[in-house]
Design a binder for this molecule. Sequence first.
Ligand SMILES: [Fe+2]
Ligand SMILES: [Fe+2]
Length: 298
Amino acid sequence: MSRVLRSPRPPSANVDDTGQRAGSPGAPNGVRILFIGDLVGALGKRTLFDCLPLLRERHDPTFVVVNAENVAGGIGITPKAAKELFARGVDVITLGNHAYRRREIYPYMEEERRILRPANYLVTQPGRGACVVESESGVRLGVINLSGNLYLRAAHPAFTEIELAISGLGEVDHILVDMHAEATSEKVGLGWHLDGRVTAVVGTHTHVPTADARVLPGGTAYITDVGMTGPRGGVIGVRREQAIQSLRSQMPVRFDTSEEDPWLMGVLIASSQPLRADSIEQILMPRPEAPGDPRVAG
Ligand SMILES: [Fe+2]
Ligand SMILES: [Fe+2]
């Protein structure tokens, strides 16, 4: 759990004589950022809530950041869902191309600074693309949400807008960038572009986890796509028979969220120095089976 910061601190604040921030990433126990891929539907949310206590026990994350652009019935997010996530200790919510599918979220995005839509959208579009949160131990994390420009609609190029977003954060200990993009090339390119300047670049949107998680030579943790948290038994979240019917018939088909085989997909980034990662660990985890759960029977 963290609190949101509304204004940058003066540069000299809380820095010891080694140049490290006191009690933050230079400290021996370091910082751990748990980032969770796109929550799909109510099942995705329940899967997160069922997995989170275990993940907290196992990894003791300093920050939890969740992409939730599909949490409301598979498309968009509502204020109710966002508040539920914050109440469970999620520090920052990122979004993507489905950010504006629910109108009721627009005023909430203006008032709640910890819910982000891509920073490279128009300034006239509701919400904002970056925020800074601070842990109880005083570690400041800047989070930036970006959209790719290939096959997705974003007003400004991600590669130029990211410079403005980084400089707008002020003084922070760590920066996490969620690059919500369709094309792997844009995500790989952004990872290299920001290597050594941010703690982590994580990709979202395709709902399929990639096998390339690594710390780049300059110290930035990177993965092309974290994957989704939701039904692995569908087609990127949609009931598979509906998706297959659509692909076969080439006709409009109603899509519902699949309820089969829920998994949590995320990454854990560990760090012992500012703006650099020591490791990135992929987390692929089935939803724990509850007593009485029909999946346990037989
Ligand atoms: Fe998504
Ligand atoms: Fe998306």
